[in-house]
Design a protein around this ligand. Structure first.
Ligand code: OAD
Length: 242
């Protein structure tokens, strides 16, 4: 494994631009359940289609808003871990994240591309464009949009919804331009985001994967490191480390 870590460090050292594509595994060591882990996976206890979909919200908006309020309150106490910190500190890293927990932003990362939205925002479900930051520790309950009277909902992408256009455009630009794509803590099974790895590889980037299990991103000549994000991401990124 050390040889692979050293190879990954060299690739990062020689890269002008590193695209870091992250998923729920990046925040697992901050105590936030991932989506697919059998025991404590977020969806194991709930039916995502009922909770995280436009249909689910329209069927029972109060129940969906309350479920997110529970997630928001639990997020309020979460702390960025060493992997978030390393990704936030490295000036040549652009973060493309599927996570909605805001921990990369809280770690000080600038210009994070939130591909699946951000739980710290509320938006108008009717699409009038109203949006506002909310207090994760004291999340609002179901309310009407002050601008158009529609329903207010969390500013995250739901099943069956398109990704934010500007975020997707930036992710494609960065994935095509990067010298290295560092894939951290994602099962790589949800498209279109999973396709960014192929886009980067086809554009000539070297792919480095950090994950606790093998994933499709590890194919095609990637440097695949099986292990925890907090143990592997800092030594790969922090070139000042011995
Ligand atoms: P998943 O739960 O699908 O995958 C998390 C991955 O992280 C798994 O492959 C784990 O092996 C790995 N992992 C867990 N702990 C780790 C650790 N400490 N260090 C490194 N890796 C670890 O979560 P995502 O891939 O993020 O979409 O899921 C992608 C999307 O599916 C989510 O954004 C969500 C979901 O449907 C929407 O909500 C639209």
């Amino acid at each position: 494994m050390q040889g692979q870590i050293d190879l990954a460090r060299r690739l990062v050292r020689d890269a002008e631009l590193v695209a870091a594509l992250s998923g729920a595994g990046l925040s697992a060591e901050s105590g936030i359940p991932t989506f697919r882990e059998a025991l404590d996976g977020l969806w194991e206890r709930h039916d995502p289609r009922r909770l995280a979909s436009p249909q689910g919200f329209e069927n029972d908006p109060a129940m969906v808003v309350e479920w997110y309020a529970e997630r928001r309150r639990s997020l309020a106490g979460a702390i960025p871990n060493q992997a978030h910190d390393a990704l936030a500190r490295h000036e040549r890293v652009v973060n493309l994240t599927q996570n909605v927990d805001g921990l990369l932003d809280r770690a000080g990362a600038s210009a994070v591309v939130h591909l699946h939205g951000d739980l710290a925002t509320d938006v108008c479900h009717a699409g009038c464009g109203f949006a506002e930051r909310i207090d994760l520790a004291d999340p609002p309950s179901l309310r009407a949009c002050p601008r158009c009277g529609g329903a207010i909902r969390p500013g995250v992408v739901w099943f069956g919804e398109a990704l934010p256009a500007e975020a997707w455009r930036r992710a494609e630009v960065v994935s095509t331009a990067c010298d290295v794509m560092l894939v951290v803590g994602t099962s790589g099974t949800v498209y279109p985001v999973a396709g960014l790895v192929d886009l980067a590889r086809d554009a000539g980037a070297q792919v480095i994967v950090v994950n606790t299990e093998p994933t499709p991103a590890g194919r095609g000549g990637a440097v695949e490191l099986i292990g925890k994000a907090t143990e592997l991401v800092p030594p790969i990124l922090d070139q000042t480390l011995g």
